[in-house]
Write a protein that binds this ligand. Structure first.
Ligand SMILES: [Zn+2]
Length: 304
């Protein structure tokens, strides 16, 4: 069963569904023949963005299972059994094209429905910045290479793990009050050498500013890493991770559970930095996404 009827014409795909969605900000999305309406909220459908997908149904739903970018998308009932929501991350490196989200919906009356929703990802160009850092952070000494590899593997293994329980709920908070610099996705040239794109967002903050947990999570790493300095990684569940770097120090330990707004550490300048600031990376089912795009769909205006 397809949710949308699409006409293909001279390479342009015009979806009635999308037209209806554009109108949905004014009126509630219309239910299709199966009694379903699927819509999304996002700052943009572009690389590095978080997308909140909403499934509405005329009859109560028991479960929604989704698949996007080859990964599971987890859904939860948002206050009522006819309204389910799930989060999808568009990776920083995603090419512009249509990525269909497959949905399997089971209603409480036992009826199974299949649906799909098109995420038409548009191109985004990220700027390049040139920075000068200490030489040891561009060409690390040979004796540090083993440590760097070991840390890379450890962090990659954490991000590849999907915890079955959702920890996060409600709004996400800004970890520091400081303004964010538009740094996500920037291609860095360090001391003249190109490096992989910046997969986090940097926030201004004086050294010693408390860093607060944006939502509930479990501390899965609290350690000093070669490039990122003092790091805390929070597992928010369902494949969502927050990675905070360059802390002057952290005050949580691996295994701790943290609540929204709880202080986990302090802004610092440890690792490869030019000045004190907070670096926050967010992963969603492995996708590198901008934390500001998460804050945009889960407003932080009631937090902090
Ligand atoms: Zn950074």
């Amino acid at each position: 069963m397809k949710i949308k009827i699409c006409f293909r014409n001279i390479g342009v795909v015009l979806c009635l569904g999308l037209v209806m969605l554009a109108l949905s900000s004014i009126a509630a999305p219309q239910l299709n023949d199966s009694g379903l309406a699927i819509s999304h909220e996002a700052r943009a459908l572009q690389p590095g963005e978080v997308v909140l997908l909403t499934v509405r149904s005329s009859a109560p739903i028991q479960s929604v299972q989704g698949k996007a970018f080859g990964k599971d998308v987890f859904f939860f009932p948002d206050g009522e059994a006819t309204l389910w929501r799930g989060l999808i991350g568009i990776d920083l490196g995603a090419s512009p094209k249509n990525y269909p989200v497959q949905l399997a919906i089971t209603r409480l009356d036992g009826k199974n429905l299949q649906a799909h929703y098109d995420l038409v990802v548009k191109d985004k160009s990220f700027p390049t910045r040139r920075i000068t850092v200490q030489e040891q952070y561009v060409n690390p000494p040979a004796e540090e290479l083993e440590r760097i590899q070991r840390e890379d593997k450890k962090v990659a293994a954490i991000f590849a793990t999907v915890s079955p329980e959702r920890q996060w709920a409600g709004n996400f908070l800004r970890p520091v009050p400081g303004e964010a610099t538009s740094s996500f996705g920037v291609r860095s040239i360090l001391n003249g050498q190109p490096r992989s794109p910046h997969s986090g967002t940097d926030f201004r903050g004086e050294a010693g500013t408390p860093v607060k947990a944006p939502n509930t999570g479990k501390v899965v790493l609290a350690d000093n890493l070669y490039f990122s300095g003092n790091v805390v990684i929070l597992d928010h569940g369902w494949g969502m991770y927050s990675y905070f770097a360059h802390l002057s120090r952290f005050i949580v330990s691996e295994g701790d559970s943290v609540t929204p707004g709880q202080i986990i550490g302090y802004v610092g300048a440890t690792g490869r930095v030019t000045a004190p600031h907070l670096h926050w990376s967010l992963r969603l089912a492995g996708a590198r996404v901008d934390p500001l795009s998460l804050l945009a769909v889960f407003s932080d205006t009631h937090g902090n």
